[in-house]
Design a protein. Structure first.
Length: 176
């Protein structure tokens, strides 16, 4: 969770942005911002919606969606599309990380690689100023790998027993 000064900075930034866009500053908007930036790591609309259920404002999902888009435009949040699922996260220059995404269950894990981050930060692109990096690595998580291995073993056992059974039946036929 960001400390209080970060929260105030984010709120001021959001208020300035809303003014520049001619949007109203509403207590719902403030509640959505506060909930969104209090989360460490990734979240989706459902998580935020559940967090706001206890708030005194009736915030519907469409309001959350539209405000998340404003927070992205304002530079407070970042949106990722992980295997068809949208997830959001607070932009934090101090917490740059790579995403490890499982192709089977879709779980996303954050991983740090300081060497890689240093390299990316030092990288110069022609006629382009890089601000933030986003890197995704796709693969299979340990949990899914274990499950796949188990399933393969089961299939092998099943195959072996069917072969054995066929052999026995053949023998019986020959003996007849
Ligand atoms: Zn997985
Ligand atoms: Zn992340």
């Amino acid at each position: 969770m960001p400390d209080n000064s970060n929260k105030i900075v984010a709120l001021e930034k959001f208020n300035r942005f809303l003014e520049s866009k001619g949007c109203r500053k509403t207590p719902e908007r403030k509640a959505i911002l506060e909930a969104a930036i209090s989360i460490d790591g990734h979240f989706d609309v459902d998580i935020l919606y559940n967090m706001l259920l206890d708030s005194p404002y009736k915030v519907v999902k469409t309001t959350i969606y539209s405000n998340l888009e404003l927070l992205i435009e304002c530079g407070i949040l970042r949106k990722h599309i992980f295997t068809n699922h949208a997830e959001y996260e607070r932009i934090d220059a101090k917490n740059q990380h790579i995403h490890l995404i499982c192709n089977v269950c879709g779980k996303v894990k954050d991983a740090k690689d300081l060497e890689l981050m240093r390299y990316l930060k030092s990288k110069k692109f022609s006629a382009f100023n890089a601000e933030v990096f986003s890197m995704s690595v796709y693969g299979i998580c340990n949990n899914c790998a274990r499950k796949i291995k188990k399933q393969q073993k089961m299939e092998e056992i099943l195959k072996e027993t069917t072969v054995e059974k066929a052999k026995k039946e053949n023998k019986l036929k020959k003996n007849k």
